[in-house]
Design a protein around this ligand. Structure first.
Ligand SMILES: Nc1ncnc2c1ncn2[C@@H]1O[C@H](COP(=O)(O)OP(=O)(O)OP(=O)(O)O)[C@@H](O)[C@H]1O
Ligand SMILES: [Mg+2]
Length: 228
């Protein structure tokens, strides 16, 4: 597993704001261009459906990116007695339409005896959504094996691991995936892992690591301290 250090300075935040504005601008430009194409092809139902799909995909990605930024900007609200398995189920429900659209299954392997933790429910749920979405996106078209989310107790930590088969993360890409706005996807904002790491490491004194290999697939593991 590769451990990821965390560091955020005012300069990083300024850069983040500038790139966020740039990326949002690009997404809106893509929506405008697609809407114009849509108007021009108002007679062909198949083209209309495809273009409407494209607009929806871009807009949903923007909604997700904005939700991530909102969590990043907010003061974490820690609650006691949070059941991590419940947050996994909530996140799984959120991403289920993506899995269904791609004909992929999501398997939850949750430890029923997992003790509770003190955490920001909204933040941790965003982390889980980001990791499961990434796993589904990596599995899409590459495997029919399910994406698996596993919760376990590891000493004083609760661990959540998200596994998928599919293409592994190439060596040159591995060093970059936690950088803000780094994405290998045509419409990815590249914020998912950056913000997840901030929430886990800075927000909860936890750890996030990953492993990726040709036969094993990819596993992202989040560790969060248990209460007490
Ligand atoms: N499970 C995975 N398998 C393979 N590559 C992955 C996986 N998770 C992340 N990555 C790589 O890490 C990059 C950064 O991920 P991140 O979630 O930060 O952004 P994104 O998924 O590209 O965009 P966004 O999450 O904003 O929609 C991805 O573009 C992809 O190249
Ligand atoms: Mg992502």
């Amino acid at each position: 597993m590769t451990a990821i250090p965390s560091a955020t300075s005012l300069d990083d935040l300024k850069r983040l704001a500038a790139v966020a504005a740039h990326e949002m601008g690009n997404s809106l430009a893509a929506i405008i261009a697609t809407a114009q194409l849509l108007r021009a092809s108002a007679h062909d139902p198949a083209v209309i459906a495809r273009l409407a799909d494209r607009i929806e995909t871009i807009a949903r990605q923007m909604v997700d990116a904005i939700s991530d930024l909102k969590v990043l900007g907010a003061t974490p609200r820690r609650e006691h007695g949070v059941c991590l398995n419940e947050l996994v189920r909530e996140a799984a429900e959120r991403v289920l339409p993506i899995a269904q659209k791609d004909g992929l299954r999501l398997e939850l392997d949750l430890d029923p005896a997992l003790p509770t933790l003190a955490c920001d429910r909204r933040g941790v749920t965003r982390v889980l959504i980001n990791l499961i979405k990434n796993a589904l996106e990596a599995a899409r078209g590459a495997t029919t094996e399910p994406v698996v989310v596993r919760s376990r107790r590891r000493g004083p930590f609760a661990s959540i691991t998200v596994y998928n088969l599919g293409k592994p993360i190439p060596p040159g890409v591995r060093e970059q995936i936690f950088k803000p706005f780094f994405s290998t996807k045509p419409h990815g904002s590249g914020l998912g892992l950056f913000i997840s790491r901030e929430i886990v490491v800075d927000g909860h004194n936890g750890a996030i690591s990953f492993h990726s290999g040709p036969r094993l697939g990819t596993a992202f593991c989040v560790k969060l301290p248990l209460e007490g």
